[in-house]
Ligand binder design. Sequence first.
Ligand SMILES: [Zn+2]
Length: 443
Amino acid sequence: MRIVRLLGLALIIFTILSGCMNGALESDKPNESKVNDPPITQPDTGSDANPSNSDDTSTESDSPSPDSPSPDSEGNDTNDDATPSVDKVTDAVWMAAGDVMMHMPQLPGAYDSKKNRYNFNPFFTQVKPILDQGDWTLVNLETPIAGKSLGYSGFPRFNAPTELADAVKYAGFDIVTNANNHAMDRGAKGIELTLEKLQKLGLVTKGTARSRIEANALTIVERKGIRMGLLAYTYGTNGIALPVKKPYAVSMIDEAAMIHDIAQLKKAGVDFITISLHFGTEYQTAPNDKQKTLARKLIAAGADIIAGSHPHVVQPYETVEVPEPDGSTRRGLIIYSMGNFISNQRGDTKDYGVIFKVDIHKNVSSGITSIGDVEPIPTWVQRSKVNNVYHYTIVPIEQALISNSLIDLTENDYASINQNITILKQRFASMSAEPYILQESLN
Ligand SMILES: [Zn+2]
């Protein structure tokens, strides 16, 4: 019985990084259960001129929303009916990138012998201005960062220096998912040390856990008054068994459990749900049937964005239209694979990745949140050899071509880059031109 009680307790633990002081406490969804629900910062229905709507009172670096609703005229209190109905809207930016990997050749060039530490910031210098535009900025960390004591290693069982976490934060990421096939590379201890380091830096984590309470905690990240629920799962852990006493250490793909988790987030009143999925077939440039079936089913069950990773190459993305029981249509987004964001893998587009930039639009008056523009921004890992060691930097490749900022490249390099950009664009267009229409939602 105690376990049941603990589970109940776990459900009310939130990861809310900012804006939790948003004053509107009432729910505007009549069919929402209020019993046992934690306090919900659900949007008000627009009639009570809540001045706290520009809500960013946190210490995070979110700048005040330029488009936060202006207060109602002169704070009048009773004449709402006479006020012309102008919808209050809020826009925020969702961003994500693919796999952050650490192969052994990536280490020497980042080592600062004077300080006796690594500095991986140069990996991200060129993409930082883009990533800084995100209100939620997610990445998949494909290696434990358990530190020196466990010994650094590359494939097949990774362990990277803890300085990688500092660089991920420097890059502009605020959310790190790590349910992936390398999560167990250094066992439960690796998970523990990795989470410790990431969370010490203030990064939101999802996908691995040290305790059952942590595994079951709802992760809700609020930005500009929009509440995103986050889930993360992997297809497996490279045959390394989960600890017998900690079967929750890594969240595994399990359809029924995932649909349950989506329902829990909806019950908690989130505005939209992102699911990080580590799935698919390595080096396949299109999603397999299993990926498509699962991702679409999760959208039907209430997820809004699937952020896919694992194949080490970019795969297509698609939008999905879901008919809702009330006759409206909801738009979901499935990104099947964002490829390698940083790695030592080269050739066959393995050195290319993508940052997705997605507009999240909330009509504060109706309480409805929807997905707006979707922009894939292709990236390329430039690798150069100086004094016999490699140096790596992620380049927003189209931007770099336009500004002519690439250095040390031959004619052949340019030809190859242009060819690969064309290939990536064809992949993006292959499934996104027309929305995929789901027959019904599972709600
Ligand atoms: Zn993987």
